[in-house]
Write a protein that binds this ligand. Structure first.
Ligand code: URA
Length: 451
């Protein structure tokens, strides 16, 4: 086998075997194949795509470069929840404690901020002393004691990091087989029984084309099934921020408020959290049947919400979910007095109110620019070593379709310094379009699939 023949084959869109794909992945990972040849390989994939079988081979090969989590000591069904990334995506902070109260085991491995989107790990680190670096033993202990943890991954699907960095440099990020294999290699190696994915679609998501979001979802479902997982996916909206609180500490504040029963203040977040939890509960309750099922099924999310919403609300109203969040924080050495007073550690350096310059209906929100603005205010790292300011962020007071008067407060910005504020204001200007009418219908979830 040689690299040239494999590159030539893929360039002419011929089907590759597992051995050929594996030769490229491992060769590159172990530095036997140089960047320029791997770049050509990735570009051919991005242009010609891969069959489902080839995507499975690519995923399998990436998985084999890292370890696979071993939860054989853990009794019970394990469930993993993952989002493809968005702005104000606070769902994991709320859904994990809720689901843990239903006796589901939740080993949650999360990442840091990527591009204009936030990362669950950065959000949790805004809680003083919260430890995101757990050993394998810590993880097992947490699952037995609390039922859940949220931590940085161990060395899972190790080649993904190196491949992702090259994709990023060579404009090969937005390829469905490459995204699907990148996400699913980490999810399969994390080794839960059930995987619930929230695929974001819209101007603040990595998927800005609806058909691409569907194709990505179906590709990931098939990969999940190849690896014998029960897997469910929702395609949810990212044409505006999910939560009106955008920022690490701001999102922790809103998660605690939500779990204290103030979820009506966060309408879109409420809808997505309850939908994700309903889908997760459905897959959990039907796990044994679904394990042997091979047919893709589509369900109206409202049917699932009708079945589970009241059970979820009970867990919030009786404070079980809030107490579970407290347990997770305490188990990872975080300061849990934040639960009693969620604003306790909120000391923004600069606070700036931003007012509307015209009146009318919010017609369009450039969610991508909003995410960039939040990053510039103090949340984004330019290099891995950069120190971020967890108190930075944005509160947005209006949503799509809302009426706003001229001079009315639209947002509050929290910045690490004046220079960052000025830079962020460049993104904020023109990020919201106001028109005399609003006629679009607002949809939060587009599809729900599972197998
Ligand atoms: N998230 C990932 O982990 N990988 C991708 O390729 C895109 C989003």
């Amino acid at each position: 086998m040689n690299v040239y023949d494999i590159l030539h084959k893929k360039r002419w869109n011929k089907k590759l075997s597992f051995e050929e794909i594996d030769f490229m992945v491992k060769g590159f990972y172990y530095s036997k194949i140089p960047d320029y040849q791997m770049s050509a390989f990735l570009t051919s994939i991005a242009i010609n795509s891969l069959t489902d079988e080839e995507t499975f081979y690519l995923t399998k090969s990436i998985i084999e470069t890292g370890q696979i989590m071993d939860y054989s000591e853990i009794q019970g069904i394990k469930l993993d929840k993952h989002s493809t990334g968005g702005v104000g995506d606070t769902v994991s902070l709320i859904a994990i404690p809720i689901l843990a109260t239903f006796n589901i085991k939740l080993p949650k491995l999360s990442g840091r901020a990527l591009g204009h989107t936030g990362g669950t790990i950065d959000k949790l680190e805004s809680i003083p002393n919260f430890n995101v670096n757990l050993t394998k033993e810590d993880m097992i202990k947490a699952l037995n004691k609390v039922g859940a943890f949220i931590a940085l991954p161990l060395d899972l699907a190790s080649a993904d990091k190196k491949i992702y960095a090259l994709r990023d440099l060579t404009a090969n990020v937005d390829s469905i087989p490459l995204i699907a294999s990148s996400i699913m290699s980490k999810k399969i190696a994390a080794n839960s029984d059930i995987i619930v994915l929230d695929v974001k679609y819209g101007n603040g998501a990595f998927m800005t084309n609806y058909q691409d979001a569907i194709n990505l979802s179906k590709t990931m479902l098939k990969i999940g099934k190849y690896f014998n997982k029960v897997i469910g996916i929702i395609i949810s909206d990212m044409n505006e921020m999910l939560n009106s609180y955008i920022g690490n500490y701001l999102e922790v504040i809103s998660a605690i408020s939500f779990l204290k029963g103030k979820y009506e203040q966060f309408p879109k977040l409420k809808y997505i959290v309850f939908s994700i939890c309903s889908l997760a509960l459905y897959l959990f309750e039907n796990y044994e049947n679904l394990k042997n099922n091979n047919d893709l099924q589509e369900i109206n999310i409202n049917e699932l919400l009708n079945k589970y919403e009241s059970k979820i609300i009970d867990k919030i109203n009786n404070l079980e979910a809030l107490n579970k969040f407290k347990e997770i924080i305490e188990n990872q050495q975080g300061k849990s007095d934040i639960i009693n007073n969620e604003y306790k550690y909120f000391y923004p350096k600069i606070t700036y109110d931003y007012y509307s310059k015209s009146q009318g209906y919010i017609n369009y929100i450039d969610t991508y620019r909003l995410g960039l603005a939040a990053g510039v205010l103090g949340l984004a790292r330019k290099t891995q070593e950069d120190i971020i300011d967890n108190n930075s962020g944005i509160i947005v007071y209006k949503r799509l379709g809302d009426y706003v008067k001229e001079g009315e407060k639209l947002m509050t910005l929290f910045a690490k310094d004046n220079k960052s504020l000025e830079e962020a204001l460049v993104f904020i200007e023109n990020s919201i379009d106001i028109k005399p009418n609003y006629s679009n219908s607002i949809k939060y979830i587009y599809n729900t699939f599972f197998i």
